[in-house]
Design a protein around this ligand. Structure first.
Ligand code: HEC
Length: 109
């Protein structure tokens, strides 16, 4: 019995809100993104780098593809981000640029 309450409390803490769907926070994600993710992209496409997300021949065509690309780029960046920060950045990118339907569970489960 007690355990159930602990789990529920933990879940609420982890999602940071009463929303149990995908937990990314787009505003936190934008800060992380702008501090960490623009340098390479600017060298590729110029401007502020966000052109890479809307380029004609972009390869990202689904939410799970976006998820996997962000993980790849995060790895080449070498930052030790926990899952929730990855989700924040994905949430930012998806809200601002990609606008895919958000699945209820993680794309690589
Ligand atoms: C080490 C350089 C580098 C860093 C740092 C980097 N990226 Fe990338 N990113 C790339 C390259 C190169 C591509 C293009 C890959 C391709 O064309 O297949 C790319 C492409 C992408 C795309 C797909 C764009 C499209 O075609 O729609 C996303 C999304 C992305 N990066 C997210 C991120 C995020 C989020 C971060 C920060 C965690 C990040 N990147 C940091 C090099 C980098």
């Amino acid at each position: 019995m007690n355990m159930n309450w602990q789990h529920l409390t933990l879940l609420v803490l982890l999602t940071g809100s009463n929303q149990f769907v995908y937990a990314g926070d787009a505003q936190r994600g934008k800060v992380l993104h702008d501090e960490n993710c623009t340098k390479c992209h600017i060298s590729l496409v110029g401007g502020d780098g966000t052109g890479i997300y809307v380029r004609e021949d972009r390869r990202i065509d689904s939410y799970s593809a976006l998820y996997n690309q962000v993980k790849r780029c995060k790895t080449s960046l070498g930052v030790p981000w926990p899952e929730h920060q990855i989700e924040d950045v994905i949430s930012y990118l998806n809200t601002k640029f990609y606008k895919f339907d958000v699945p209820n569970k993680k794309a690589d489960d």
